[in-house]
Design a protein around this ligand. Sequence first.
Ligand code: ADP
Ligand code: MG
Length: 244
Amino acid sequence: MSDPVVSIRGLRKRFGDNEVLRGIDLDVAQGEVVCLIGPSGSGKSTLLRCVNLLETPTEGTIEAAGHDLTGPDADLDLARRDIGMVFQHFNLFSHMTILDNLVVPQRQVCRLPKAEAVAEARRLLAQVGIEGKERAKPAQLSGGQQQRVAIARALAVKPRLMLFDEPTSALDPELVGDVLAVMKGLAAEGMTMLVVTHEMGFAREVADRVLFLDGGVIVESGPPADVLTAPRTERAREFLHRVL
Ligand code: ADP
Ligand code: MG
C-alpha cells in the first residue's frame, strides 16, 4: 500500500470532563472511501473536525494529506488547502454569488488569475449539475443545489482528501439523490473520502470500508457487506436495527 492519506494514532479528545474520542486509530488509503456511522453523540463530527483541525486533539497524532497536523511545525493554512470539508448546513458565503463562492477561494488560496479561476469554477459547477445559476445568491437555490455548490467549492482548491459530515441530513428527501450522485462520481474518480452519513444505501454501494463508532471508539470496521449485513457486536446490531 502506498502511504495512507490519513493516519491517526491514539486520538483522544476531551471537552472538559467529557471524553468524546477515546483512542482512535485509523488509516485511510489513497482513493479509499470510508463511511463513518454511529449513534448521535458518538463522536463522528468531532473525529472529522480533528482531521482538519477545527478541533485540537487532546492526545494522539494525525497525519492527513501529507501534513503532520499534530506536529510542532504544522502549517494549518497549507494543510486545510489539501483537506476539503462539506458540512450538513452547506456554509456557503451567503453574500457572494454562486460563481464567486468558487472563484474567491481559488484567487485567495491558490493565487490563480481571475480568468483561470472563473473557467475552473464553471467547469466544476457543470460537474455537479449546476447550470445557469452563476449570478444567483445561495439563498435562491434549493438545499440540494446549495450542497452541490458547496462540494464544488471544496473541490476548487484541489484537495487530496474530502471530509463530508452528514451532507444530506438537512435536505428534503427528494433532493438527497442528486447530492449522493455527485459524491458517487467523486469516489469513482478516485478521490479519498471520509464520509459521516446515515445513508446506508450509499455506504453499502460506495464505501470500501464502514466504521461503526460508539462512545468515542471504533467498535466495528470492515467492508459494508460485513458491518452492515452481519455486524459482530450487539451495539452495532441494535443501531442498524434502528436506522435500516
Ligand atoms: P456525533 O457527530 O456523532 O453526533 P459529536 O462529535 O458532535 O457527535 O459530539 C460528541 C459529543 O461531544 C457530544 O456529547 C457533544 O455534546 C460533545 N461536543 C461536541 N463538540 C463540543 C464542543 N465544542 N464543546 C463541548 N462539547 C462538545
Ligand atoms: Mg455529528
